[in-house]
Design a protein around this ligand. Structure first.
Ligand code: SAM
Ligand code: SF4
Length: 330
């Protein structure tokens, strides 16, 4: 099988696919209160197009896919799309990132169609603060989803974006959740993907500061081995059921082992979270590209994958990153 290998020898085996740019929440760090200018439905890749792109990539060695957005579950028939993907035998892992507000009823179905893991985004355990962050009062729904996922056979990770002056005092509350719950909590550095750009903050909460906050309270912190291309450095507190990790998303110390590519909801192919898109797949497909044309394109395009996120950002034509994460897929 021809595989996707970039010029630094990194093998690409992981696709993050955004199925929509729409969302039912308005997280402060992701988009403005009024939302973003969503694109016309015709501008989105259809499920048929997404299925085809995924199949072609899976014939080039991509064996893991994450469905994200926007909020994937706001797109009509998303669950049917998931089911169709589950028939692709080349895919070893099908995972989802969701805000969880709409999915409690779908969990038995997700188990049945063999979805492997769900990353649930939850930035506060306090209903009022959750509302302030997401601008929607849906903490009870998200908590219900958390409880159901915990008791399902899906692997569960929590995504917690650490925002200076907002939820940093809750870091150790999330650690306490790992005492009895078999969950992996991952703290994510906030990035300027919010529709505006860099936010002025009193203190920068990066990887080191988040870890320091935890080491000040706990002395028995044990490193946990993660896969080579994992985005997080992982740990557990001795005697606790769950684990925690920190994702240095903005300090970008994880690029050496990057194995991923992204496709946005409008079909923009991205080699890196920080680039501004290297190819418009939608136009290419709609002009009649064959599977072989697509394969040749993917093989050539991953050759341009930048060494790291700093180089990707420096090469942008549109200036520093400021677009909403919901248009990229997080
Ligand atoms: N709506 C879904 C959700 O929130 O899980 C999926 C899409 S969301 C863009 C994917 C992930 O990106 C979420 O975990 C979210 O917290 C994270 N994210 C969004 N904006 C971010 C930012 N500016 N910095 C860091 N992480 C961000
Ligand atoms: Fe929506 Fe996810 Fe962005 Fe929050 S982080 S506004 S839930 S896309």
């Amino acid at each position: 099988m021809t595989r996707l290998i970039d010029k630094y020898g990194r093998e690409i085996s992981y696709l993050r696919l955004a199925v929509t740019d729409r969302c039912n929440l308005r997280c402060q760090y992701c988009m403005p209160a009024k939302g973003i200018d969503i694109v016309n439905r015709k501008e989105l890749l259809s499920y048929k197009e997404m299925y085809r792109v995924t199949r072609v990539l899976s014939e080039l060695g991509v064996d893991k896919i994450r469905l994200t957005g926007g909020e994937p579950f706001v797109r009509k028939d998303f669950v049917n799309f998931l089911e169709s993907l589950s028939f692709n035998k080349n895919l070893k892992e099908i995972n989802i990132t969701t805000n969880g507000a709409l999915i409690a009823n779908h969990i038995p179905l997700l188990e049945r169609i063999k979805i492997n893991a769900v990353n649930l985004s939850i930035d506060s355990l306090d209903r009022k603060r959750f509302f302030e962050i997401t601008r929607r009062d849906v903490f009870p729904e998200v908590w219900e989803t958390y409880q159901q996922l915990l008791h399902s056979n899906l692997r569960l990770k929590l995504n917690v974006v650490i925002q200076s002056g907002v939820n940093t005092k809750e870091i150790n509350d999330f650690i306490e959740l790992t005492k009895n719950d078999k969950v992996s909590v991952r703290f994510i550095e906030e990035m300027p993907f919010n529709g505006k750009g860099i936010r002025q903050v009193k203190e920068v909460w990066d990887y080191n500061k988040i870890l320091k906050e935890i080491t000040q309270k706990y002395d028995k912190i044990i490193p946990v081995q993660a896969s080579k291309s994992s985005t997080s450095k992982n740990f557990r507190i001795e005697g606790y059921q769950g684990t925690f990790g920190i994702i240095p998303a903005f300090t970008r110390s994880i690029c050496t082992d990057c194995n991923r590519i992204r496709i946005t909801a409008t079909g923009l192919f991205k080699n890196c979270l920080f680039d501004d898109g290297v190819f418009n797949l939608k136009n290419f497909i709609r002009k009649g590209a064959s599977d072989n044309d697509l394969k040749a394109l993917f093989i050539a395009t991953v050759q341009q994958k930048p060494l790291n996120g700093f180089i990707a950002e420096a090469n942008r034509k549109k200036g520093k990153v400021s677009e909403s994460m919901s248009t990229i897929g997080g």
